[in-house]
Design a protein around this ligand. Structure first.
Ligand code: B12
Ligand code: SF4
Ligand code: SF4
Length: 380
């Protein structure tokens, strides 16, 4: 008699029947000994991930998303603005199996990027996440090392690292894996640590023990909604969501055309990205009882800040200088014309007298037009 049949016979002495292959596998997976093995193996994997510098790590099953309808609604309202890639990959986004056939588990990791980042007059104000080395590279490097560990311990297994650019709902799976819950600003918040963290996912064909989804909520707080300079956090379809069309992060990074004057005026000092809805969040404030909140990152790559010239000089940056300044930086995404446009807006917004504001700022910044000849109204 096979051990699994023997186990089953002992559990069910009165109705014992030999089992089919599928039942055998199910029973094996459910057996107490196997659960302990899986728990041990998962704990070992998590320890490995933490030793690579991730602040937290969790596991969930590689199941299809439950929120496709919500996502379609978000797209339907045009909240993705000009980010067409979010529409193009909609099919792939519904099921992680499209990214890695046979995927069983998703390992979600968080990497802290927080550092002090006050606005300084006359200088570019860059969102904290983009101050140092490109997070895609930093996270992907670590996830690849974690994948190598799994592939060494489980020969023949496959894995796929996803950081931002793969068509998968990173926040959703990170939430399921216990890393945090959705704040009204839509960022994933870890009650102990706050929200200053990147998310990385590693899909794997190995099954690890899943964690419970993270629990938490904003309660009656609405600090981010009130503080958002452009009112981009809106309530629709029963949830708070971000309308990218007015989000400063979108406008300064992804938007390629000129920015409407009424929105440009609200961009304030932000030259690349925006941190306001996280800066005001109570979960990101240091507190004696929560020592992990708002801790500065220890990731050397993120602390390696670049030294940017003053806004006036950014307005006249040449290609070589732009290339040098943005080597290995996530800021490349906005393009040279985008950064010149943003710097011009920042300078306009610094002028005390609104009457003297000129959206073109000709003569203040550069003789170069903000819309390059031959590119129509498109920047980037
Ligand atoms: C497009 C995008 C943007 C857009 C749109 C933002 C948005 N809120 O959707 C713009 C350019 C505006 C943006 C800005 C920023 N982004 Co961004 N962005 C993305 C990207 C590439 C896709 C997000 C997306 O699909 N949005 C559409 C919405 C509808 O999807 P969603 O929020 O994930 O929600 C889905 C599910 O999670 C679920 N869901 C939504 N709400 C709820 C609520 C509950 C209760 C449940 C159960 C489920 C659920 O339903 C949705 C459909 O399935 C992700 C990376 C990725 N591949 O996921 C990074 C990502 C979300 N961005 C990130 C960051 C850091 C930022 C900025 C802070 C950068 C900055 N400083 O400028 C800002 C924050 C602005 C903000 N308040 O969101 C991080 C967020 C980390 C975190 N802790 O949450 C991500 C995960 C990148 C990463 N790898 O770390 N971003
Ligand atoms: S990133 Fe800035 S503009 Fe976008 S939702 Fe947050 S506070 Fe508003
Ligand atoms: S600021 Fe308040 S409402 Fe906004 S995400 Fe944080 S706790 Fe939630």
């Amino acid at each position: 008699m096979r051990p699994v049949d023997e186990y089953h016979r002992l559990q069910h002495p009165y109705d014992y029947q030999p089992l089919g292959a599928l039942e055998c596998v199910k029973l094996w997976a459910a057996s107490p000994r196997n659960r302990i093995d899986m728990a041990e193996l998962t704990a070992t994997l998590k320890a490995e991930a933490l030793s690579m510098g991730f602040e937290s790590v969790g596991v969930c099953r590689a199941l299809p998303t439950d929120h496709m309808d919500f996502y379609q609604g978000w797209l339907g309202r045009g909240f993705h603005a000009s980010m067409d890639y979010l529409v193009r990959h909609v099919e792939l986004k519904s099921d992680p199996q499209a990214l890695l056939p046979g995927a069983k588990s998703i390992i979600a990791v968080a990497l802290n990027y927080h550092q002090e980042n006050p606005a300084v007059d006359g200088h570019p104000h860059i969102a904290s996440y983009a101050l140092g080395w490109d997070y895609h590279k930093v996270l992907r490097g670590k996830l690849k090392r974690l994948a190598a560990v799994i592939e060494r311990d489980y020969p023949g297994s496959e894995s796929r690292a996803c950081v931002d650019s793969a068509p998968i709902f990173e926040r959703e799976y990170a939430h399921l894996a216990g890393l945090g819950w959705f704040g009204k600003n839509t960022c994933l918040i870890d009650s102990k640590r706050g929200s200053w963290f990147f998310i990385g996912l590693l899909l794997t064909t190995v099954e690890f023990e899943s964690d419970a989804p993270a629990l938490g909520g904003c309660g009656t707080c609405r600090a981010c909604i009130d503080a958002c300079p452009t009112g981009a956090i809106v309530f629709d379809d029963g949830r708070w969501q971000v309308d990218s069309r007015s989000c400063i992060s979108y406008l300064t990074i992804e938007h390629k055309a000129e920015i409407a004057p009424e929105l440009a005026a609200k961009i304030g000092s932000w030259t690349f990205g925006c941190d306001v809805c996280q800066e005001v969040c109570p979960f990101n404030q240091p507190r004696e009882s929560q020592p992990l909140r708002a801790q500065p990152t220890i990731e050397a790559g993120f602390l390696a800040k670049r030294s940017w010239p003053r806004l006036e000089q950014i307005g006249v940056l040449d290609e070589d200088e732009w290339d040098r300044l943005t080597q290995g930086s996530a800021m490349r995404r906005t393009g040279i014309n985008g950064i010149r446009r943003n710097a011009r807006i920042n300078i306009d917004n610094q002028r005390p007298n609104p009457a003297s504001k000129s959206l073109n700022a000709e003569g203040v910044l550069s003789s170069k037009p903000s819309v390059e000849p031959g590119t129509g109204s498109t920047l980037g």
